[in-house]
Design a binder for this molecule. Structure first.
Ligand SMILES: [Zn+2]
Length: 481
């Protein structure tokens, strides 16, 4: 049988998208897989040998948690097993349009909608009355808000606190070259006004938080989640469930995307799919792993389509279905999602009844906290301390575990040895010399340091904050990317 390997895990399976194994049950198949590729084991299983909570396994289109025999389910040769990790994304919610009407200018603008029986004047009025909140004006938020504005959604709220950077432009098409350095909200507002001056734009220049989420959400009918990090994704999910607002979700990584609709009355939520986030560092973000610029366009438009359908009350929404998009193979697959009665937020006996600290929940330190002196047994050295010791002529070997293309953009004198090649090439390093490991922001280098320590290297520390901290605190001429 075939086992589909998702992009984030392919590095641990010899780069393969699918692995063929011979097995009688799901458990056998996973065993055969991890025997062929031992590095995969710690990504799939906890130390106690249980499948990790952020890894779902599907036999054909069924989640094995819902099969009567679970991982002991029998498999046949032509079955397909899919590993679906979480990735670094109903009923019409809108009241019937009543008093609103369309001006002659709006009639002309929406003419091709008005002649569609599924939209018509009544549908266009629903769109005009609709209030949609988009979390993020980035890769997903760009096409999402542009198409929603073009379609005539009356009120678009956008939450974003970021500034446009040059590295955003290959995918965030709502921003232009001259917008670099501007607040994304202001740049997005200009683009959306140019597309449709009839749409009211409400800007929230803030980081979405447990303190402000419910207050912001209460003025909207639908939320579209375009975030790129786990704390905000869980926050959006929980806030939508608590507020009773549908959550149109998408996320992207490299060449793959996921989309679904969560938080409707009878449908599942994101936590039904992934009760817990992955530990920090195990799933790379787009900033680390990269993303094909077109991919958020594709997924953002799927989100916009779902939003419009829900407003109109037409078609079949993506409730209870997880759409998987593989842009390289150009293949769309669909998995069934079920509402989990044990779900901590939308289940029968919820334990999450108010918003929590999502940064802590995702195992991340708050942004303003001091970096820990020790993480998982690895000393953390800050850039100032490292510079002081290197300037003093101490014998420290700086190991750079980023990818060659990152090295080509910026480097601080480290020896390049990409994280993925470390297991084979660790023998090239001197186990007795003091080694400081760095990457872009400190996540990959921490894993590299843990690996080296576990393999007999005694004096290994991690450069906290990576080359980004170096650029911020020591030498601004080192480019940030
Ligand atoms: Zn749930």
């Amino acid at each position: 049988m075939q086992i589909h390997i998702p992009t984030p895990l392919r590095a641990y399976a010899g780069g393969q998208a699918a692995v063929a194994v011979t097995a009688a049950t799901v458990a056998d198949a996973l065993n055969a897989l991890t025997s062929q590729h031992p590095e995969l084991r710690r990504h799939l299983y906890t130390d106690e040998g249980k499948l990790r909570a952020f890894v779902n396994v599907y036999l054909n289109d069924e989640d094995i948690r819902y099969l009567p025999e679970k991982e002991n389910s029998a498999v046949r040769d032509n079955d397909v097993l899919s590993i679906i990790p979480s990735i670094a994304g109903g009923a019409p919610a809108v009241a019937e349009a009543a008093e609103a009407s369309l001006s002659p200018q709006e009639m002309a603008r929406y003419a091709r909608h008005l002649i569609l029986p599924e939209v018509g004047e009544a549908g266009q009025l629903k769109l005009k009355k609709a209030r949609v909140l988009c979390i993020g004006a980035g890769g997903l938020g760009a096409p999402l808000t542009m198409y929603l504005a073009a379609a005539g959604v009356g009120t678009l709220g956008i939450v974003d606190f970021d500034v446009v950077e040059a590295s955003n432009l290959h995918r965030q098409i709502i921003h232009g070259t001259s917008d670099v350095g501007r607040a994304k909200l202001d740049s997005a507002e200009d683009s959306l006004r140019a597309i449709n001056p009839h749409t009211k734009i409400v800007k929230y220049p803030a980081r979405l938080s447990s303190e402000n989420a419910l207050e912001i959400f209460k003025d909207f009918d639908i939320v579209a989640d375009g975030t790129d990090n786990f704390p905000t994704r869980y926050l959006v999910n929980d806030a939508c469930v608590l507020a009773g607002i549908p959550n149109v979700y998408a996320s992207i990584f490299r060449f793959e995307g996921q989309a679904s609709v969560f938080g409707t009355e009878d449908g599942p939520c994101y936590r039904c799919l992934y009760p817990e986030p992955p530990p920090p560092g195990l799933v790379p973000s787009c900033a680390e792993g990269g993303v094909l610029g077109i991919l958020p366009g594709l997924l953002g438009i799927i989100q916009a389509t779902e939003v419009i359908k829900m407003i109109l009350g037409e078609g079949e929404p993506l409730i209870g279905r997880l759409l998987l998009v593989d842009a390289l193979a150009m293949r769309f697959r669909e998995l069934k999602l079920r509402k989990n009665p044990e779900c901590p937020v939308c289940g029968d006996h919820p334990t999450v009844t108010k918003l929590i600290d999502y940064t802590e929940f995702c195992g991340l330190a708050p942004a303003d906290a001091q970096p820990p002196k020790m993480t998982n047994g690895i000393p953390q050295i800050d850039v100032k301390e490292f510079k002081r010791r290197r300037d003093a002529g101490e014998d420290i070997f700086l190991l750079d575990v980023r990818e060659p293309y990152e090295y080509a953009i910026a480097q601080i004198g480290g020896q390049l040895l990409p994280l993925g090649e470390l297991p084979e090439r660790a023998g090239e390093l001197d186990p007795n010399r003091e080694i400081v490991v760095h990457c872009k922001s400190g996540g990959r280098s921490q894993r590299a340091a843990e690996f080296l320590r576990a393999n007999g290297f005694k004096k290994v520390s991690n450069l906290a904050g990576g080359i980004t901290a170096w650029s911020n605190e020591i030498d601004p001429s080192v480019p940030k990317y």
